[in-house]
Design a protein around this ligand. Structure first.
Ligand SMILES: [Zn+2]
Length: 281
C-alpha cells in the first residue's frame, strides 16, 4: 500500500533503526505543529493531534491510509495546538484509548473549553469547538507497545506546566515535543519557567551520550541534538529580557530585536500575551 498523499501538511517518514515513524507537520497557518505516528508490529501509536480541525482531518486521513489499527493516542502536554484535534482523531478511531499524564488531563478538564473559545476568537473558528479529554492515565516509566519499548517521563515547568518526554531506546529517538524548537526559530515562552526549562534541556543533552541521535520536536521535522545548545542560549536571553521588560509588547519587541533572523516573530507577540497573562489561559 502506498502512503496516502497530503496537500495541506507535510509528512516525513523514516526508518529509525527498524522502527518506522511518520512525522506529520501542519502548514504554517497551523504553526507547523507536529504529530508523530509510530508503526509497531500490530498497529500505530499516535502522539499529538495538531491544532486546526482541517489539519486534524488530514492527519486522520493519513493515519487511516496506513491501513493499520490505531492502538493508542498519546498527548504530550497541555497546549491546545497539540490537543485541539483529539476530537477528530477520536471520531475516526473510536477504539483507540487516548493517554496523557493525569495532570495534563486535569488541566484540560479545567481550562479546555475556555482556551478553545479564546483561540477560536483569536484565530477565527478554526480549532475544535469543545475539548476531547484523554481517557486513560499515562504512567511514568516503561511500556512495551506492539513490541516497541517506550519510556515515558513527566516534567513540570518547562514550555508549559506539564510536559512529556518519550524515549524509544531501540530507535535512538527522543520525543521532546515543545521542549525543543527548530534551529533559528523563536521558542514559545508562554510561562515564567526559564530556569527549569533549561534544566530539562541539559538533561536531554545527556541522552546523546546514551546512543540517542534523533529529537522529535513539537513543530517541524525531527532534528539532531546540536539544536539544544541554541535553545538554552535563547532561554537565557529571554529570561533576561523578561526581567527587564514590564509589558508584553516591550518583551516581544526586545526578543524579536535580539533574534532578527529567527522565524516565528508573529508567535512571539501571542506568546508574550500569555506570559504577561493578558491572555489567561
Ligand atoms: Zn507547547
Amino acid at each position: 500500500m502506498s502512503p496516502p498523499q497530503t496537500t495541506l501538511g507535510q509528512v516525513t517518514t523514516k526508518d529509525y533503526r527498524g522502527v518506522a515513524i511518520h512525522t506529520y507537520n501542519a502548514p504554517e497557518e497551523g504553526l507547523y505543529v507536529a504529530s508523530q505516528i509510530v508503526e509497531t508490529a500490530d498497529g500505530l501509536v499516535v502522539f499529538d493531534a495538531v491544532f486546526h480541525v482541517k489539519h486534524a482531518e488530514e492527519l486522520a486521513n493519513y493515519i487511516a491510509g496506513l491501513g493499520k489499527p490505531v492502538n493508542r493516542i498519546v498527548l504530550s502536554h497541555i497546549h491546545p495546538d497539540h490537543w485541539s484535534g483529539l476530537g477528530v482523531l477520536h471520531a475516526r478511531f473510536p477504539k483507540a484509548p487516548i493517554y496523557a499524564f493525569p495532570e495534563i488531563i486535569a488541566y484540560i478538564r479545567k481550562n479546555g473549553q475556555k482556551i478553545l473559545d479564546a483561540r477560536n476568537e483569536a484565530f477565527g473558528p478554526v480549532v475544535a469547538k469543545t475539548p476531547t479529554l484523554p481517557d486513560h492515565d499515562l504512567a511514568v516509566g516503561e511500556a512495551t507497545i506492539g513490541g516497541v519499548r517506550f519510556e515515558f517521563e513527566r516534567q513540570p515547568d518547562g514550555e508549559s506546566d506539564w510536559q512529556s518526554i518519550v524515549r524509544l531506546p531501540v530507535a535512538g529517538v527522543v520525543m521532546a515535543f515543545d521542549l525543543v524548537f527548530p534551529p533559528e526559530t523563536h521558542l514559545f515562552t508562554v510561562a515564567n519557567y526559564y530556569d527549569h526549562w533549561v534544566e530539562i534541556l541539559r538533561g536531554l543533552k545527556g541522552d546523546a551520550a546514551k546512543g540517542y541521535d534523533t529529537l522529535m520536536i513539537g513543530r517541524g521535522k525531527p532534528v539532531g541534538f546540536d539544536v539544544i545548545e541554541s535553545n538554552i542560549a535563547y532561554l537565557h536571553k529571554a529570561k533576561e529580557l523578561h526581567a527587564a521588560n514590564s509589558t508584553a509588547e516591550s518583551y516581544a519587541e526586545a526578543l524579536k530585536g535580539a533574534y532578527p533572523g529567527y522565524y516565528g516573530g508573529g508567535w512571539v507577540d501571542f506568546s508574550s500575551l500569555l506570559l504577561y497573562k493578558i491572555i489567561n489561559p
